[in-house]
Design a protein. Structure first.
Length: 171
């Protein structure tokens, strides 16, 4: 069977591994997004954070589109996850200093109090942008390599089934 050729199998596993890493990171960040935001800001501010994230994503997507015009998607698939990985480490450092009980956060000086709230909002927008940009970039690349029929290209993350003379892709 042609799909089981060594080159196709390596491509299949490479794309699957990368997809699993992206989704694994996103599924880890998503529950942390709300938990950290609620701890740093407050659960009553969640509707405002959702609104801010939608508004902030508009210029981020425009900037991302300009980057895609200047560089290839393959390079962006290296650049963007690297940026997010380094940013997560920076966030971890800031959150190490920002974490405190709600009473201690309220008792901070005005500048530190506002900085803590800003960090919470920035974290929320950051995680939302990861889900919007990195996942979309990966799926866009998959679409580029599977433009015609994924069952003919043999480079998809699904299984091709032939039924009644037609190819079907099941995920």
């Amino acid at each position: 069977m042609e799909i089981l050729k060594e080159k196709n199998l390596k491509n299949f596993f490479a794309w699957d591994l990368f997809f699993a890493l992206i989704i694994g990171v996103y599924w880890t960040l998503r529950p942390l997004k709300d938990a950290i935001f609620i701890h740093l800001v407050d659960k009553l501010h969640l509707p405002y954070a959702k609104t801010v994230s939608v508004i902030a994503l508009l210029p981020l997507v425009m900037f991302y589109t300009k980057l895609l015009e200047k560089t290839s998607r393959e390079k962006m698939l290296v650049i963007l996850p690297t940026f997010y990985g380094i940013s997560i480490l920076i966030f971890a450092g800031f959150m190490n200093f920002a974490q405190a009980s709600p009473e201690e956060i309220e008792a901070r000086s005005t500048a530190l109090y506002i900085g803590t709230k800003f960090l919470g909002y920035l974290w929320y927008v950051f995680v939302e942008s990861f889900g919007s940009l990195v996942v979309a970039l990966f799926l866009g690349l998959c679409n580029r390599y599977n433009r015609t029929n994924p069952c003919q290209k043999r480079l998809s993350f699904g299984c091709c089934n032939r039924t009644n003379g037609r190819d079907y892709l099941s995920l």
